[in-house]
Ligand binder design. Structure first.
Ligand SMILES: Nc1ncnc2c1ncn2[C@@H]1O[C@H](COP(=O)(O)OP(=O)(O)O)[C@@H](O)[C@H]1O
Ligand SMILES: Nc1ncnc2c1ncn2[C@H]1C[C@H](O)[C@@H](COP(=O)(O)OP(=O)(O)O)O1
Ligand SMILES: [Mg+2]
Length: 194
């Protein structure tokens, strides 16, 4: 099937909303040249396109819920294939958000070699998201939706970490410190891959 992605290096970046996944991924891109694919960014691009599908996605995201698995997996796969000839590796940010998403990804694309678990306290995440909401223009950066996203994170996404811990590929990154301090630990985890 996706022969183009057969030998791709894949890193899952998992953590609660506002934990700093996107921030760290940008720094990884700058230092390692990996391809950063954020499921949330891909979905927001679809919403911005004004398509009928985008309208349905927007309503789900505004409520802090998960969009259908097939939609997000197809978008990620398409974006990965588009970069396959030039990519040194992929940072898959915001996916998997439930164990089933991880299983389907592996069936359709391939296995990750590392899972970066970006870990911050829930108070820290709420504080960062409320601040981000002042300028992000994101419909889900408001108090009510943030609470729902956090609940869903603990319920659906934390089990993903336990699932991959069983395989020994999880590196937990304390994300309470400064962006640069967090990144120094992210870089160590990536360097350990080589
Ligand atoms: N280590 C950090 N210290 C302080 N603020 C941070 C840190 N990491 C990220 N932020 C801020 O927190 C907010 C959420 O970060 P972001 O990378 O968008 O998280 P996520 O993609 O996990 O939702 C952003 O406004 C970002 O600037
Ligand atoms: N893998 C996925 N499965 C289902 N829905 C997803 C998804 N990734 C993102 N979404 C939807 C639901 C999320 O609440 C919303 C925003 O996601 P995001 O941008 O990854 O958030 P954040 O970076 O703040 O953690 O998009
Ligand atoms: Mg993000």
């Amino acid at each position: 099937m996706s022969d183009k992605l057969k030998n791709a290096k894949i890193i899952f970046v998992v953590g609660g909303p506002g934990s700093g996944k996107g921030t760290q991924c940008e720094k990884v891109v700058a230092k390692y040249g990996y391809t950063h694919l954020s499921s949330g960014d891909l979905l927001r691009a679809e919403v911005a396109s004004g398509s009928e599908r985008g309208k349905q996605l927007s309503a789900i995201m505004q409520k802090g819920e998960l969009v259908p698995l097939d939609t997000v997996l197809d978008m990620i796969k398409e974006a990965m294939i588009a970069k396959a000839d030039v990519s040194k590796g992929y940072l898959i940010d915001g996916y998997p958000r439930e164990v089933k998403q991880g299983e389907e990804f592996e069936k359709k694309i391939g296995a990750p070699s590392l899972l970066l678990y970006i870990d911050a306290k829930s108070e820290t995440m709420v504080k960062r998201l409320m601040k981000r909401g002042e300028t992000s223009g994101r419909a889900d950066d408001n108090e009510e939706t943030i609470k729902k996203r956090l609940d869903l994170y603990y319920k659906a996404t934390e089990p993903v970490i336990a699932f991959y811990q069983g395989r020994g590929i999880v590196r937990k990154i304390d994300s309470e410190g400064s962006v640069d301090d967090v990144f120094s630990n992210v870089a160590k985890a990536i360097d350990s891959l080589k």
